[in-house]
Design a protein around this ligand. Structure first.
Ligand code: KG4
Ligand code: ZN
Length: 390
């Protein structure tokens, strides 16, 4: 089965073609084509992601990404056709809110033949709703012309599979398993009862961990996205063995549950800075203090959940799982914790939002593919939860 994955939930516009041989989870996967455009340089100017800008950029870039993915997969075959007026009108209607996209797509579709693809997987949430809609409507338009079913994918489930994917297979997990999902919008501990049944056992009560990284970075005068910047400064402080700058709290670390809170930590950094512009060394020190506090809390909460639910596998996923310190500490501590605990970290290339993870999840959920009637009712769900999906 060939799956076309589409991801537009935040600031990455991604399209890929993944070939699955066999049934999930025992399939072998081949990435036939993968195209991704990161809007990060555009959003950096604004200091964060603006939904309206993200939406506009997705609309501008999707057809190009589709072309790249299909041509890399050897599935872009030139074949001049003329779409009937009825089809053109249907596409214009489906894409009426995505400026310029219908025209560009019609030109593309009149130039190339229907590719040999069996399923379209598109992110339907969580994420920024205006951004999600572009991907959904694009998928609906393709489904209309090519007559291919569409499966709406949960972005967070995508991060879980992204972490498990070794480049060609998904391991045979035993359940229950625990997933720690950390990104710009989420901080969640999810208990997996099986491949499609998730239970949210803990989450942040205020800021997401990525959001805290981004806000603290801004306080330190560092550009967006702040996570990698903080991480770079913190590494400098560690390598130079600089002393701590401030004693920062570990919010809720002993609360005896799996919930998180990061806003107090962010405020503690703000007070420590006293609105001064600090010299580089001091910024490195406080970046490390902040990162250490985050790692301590993430580790302790995750350990709590593993013990509470007797999990045999720990899956770390989401944009923040690119963080070297978190990866290091988790690897070190969980390796010595229990021989029988398997830790799955995403390949660095697949930590950020991508469409390969959406295609993989689409394969896992291929039974949930929608026909034309179902597709007409498909909505973007900015708050789509892992828990209510199955
Ligand atoms: O999953 P993701 O790409 O997008 C969302 O779905 O939110 O995560 C983006 C978040 C940003 O907050 C970014 O600062 C953070 O991941 N991030 C990091 C690192 N790389 C990205 N945070 C800490 N350390 C990193 N190395
Ligand atoms: Zn994400």
């Amino acid at each position: 089965m060939r799956i076309l994955g589409i991801e537009t939930s935040c600031d990455e516009t991604a399209v890929s073609v993944v070939k699955a041989t066999g049934d999930f989870p025992n399939a072998t996967y081949t990435i036939l084509g993968d195209a991704l455009f990161s809007q990060v340089d555009i959003h950096r100017e604004y200091g964060g992601v603006f939904p309206a800008v993200a939406k506009r950029e997705h609309a501008k870039t999707l057809v190009t990404m589709l072309g790249h993915a299909l041509s890399e997969a050897g599935l872009q075959k030139a074949h001049e056709t003329t779409l009937s007026e009825a089809v053109q009108a249907a596409l214009s209607d489906i894409l009426s809110h995505e400026s310029g996209l219908a025209e560009e797509l019609i030109t593309f579709l009149e130039k190339y033949a229907r590719p040999n693809v069996d399923l379209i997987a598109v992110t339907s949430g969580p994420g920024l709703e205006p951004a999600l809609w572009v991907g959904i409507n694009f998928a609906r338009a393709l489904a209309r012309v090519w007559d291919i079913p569409v499966v709406p994918v949960n972005h967070m489930e995508g991060h879980v599979l992204s972490s498990l994917f070794d480049g060609s297979t998904i391991p045979n997990l035993t359940f229950p398993s625990i997933a720690l999902l950390i990104s710009g919008g989420h901080t969640e501990l999810a208990l997996m009862h099986d491949w499609t049944t998730y239970e949210l056992v803990g989450q942040t009560r205020d800021d997401a961990v990525g959001e805290a990284f981004d806000k603290v970075a801004r306080m330190l005068g560092l550009p967006y996205p702040g996570g990698p910047e903080i991480s770079r400064l913190a590494r400098e402080a560690r390598e130079a063995n600089l002393p701590p700058f401030a004693t920062l709290p570990r919010p809720m670390i002993d609360s005896g549950d799996a919930d998180f809170s990061f806003s107090g930590l962010k405020t503690a950094v703000k007070y420590a800075l006293k609105e001064r512009t600090l010299p580089h060394d001091e910024r490195c020190r406080i970046a490390r203090d902040f990162e250490d506090a985050v790692v301590d809390v993430l580790y302790k909460k995750t350990l709590w959940a593993i013990e509470e639910y007797g999990a045999a596998n720990l899956i770390l996923g989401g944009g923040v799982s690119a963080n070297d310190r978190i990866r290091e500490v988790f690897t070190e501590k969980f390796a010595t914790y229990q021989v029988s605990l398997n830790l799955y970290l995403p390949n660095k290339k697949l930590t950020t939002d991508n469409s390969i993870m959406i295609a993989l999840t689409g394969h896992a959920r291929s039974r949930e593919a929608l026909d034309e009637t179902g597709l007409a009712t498909l909505r973007a769900d900015g708050n789509r939860s892992l828990t209510h999906d199955s």
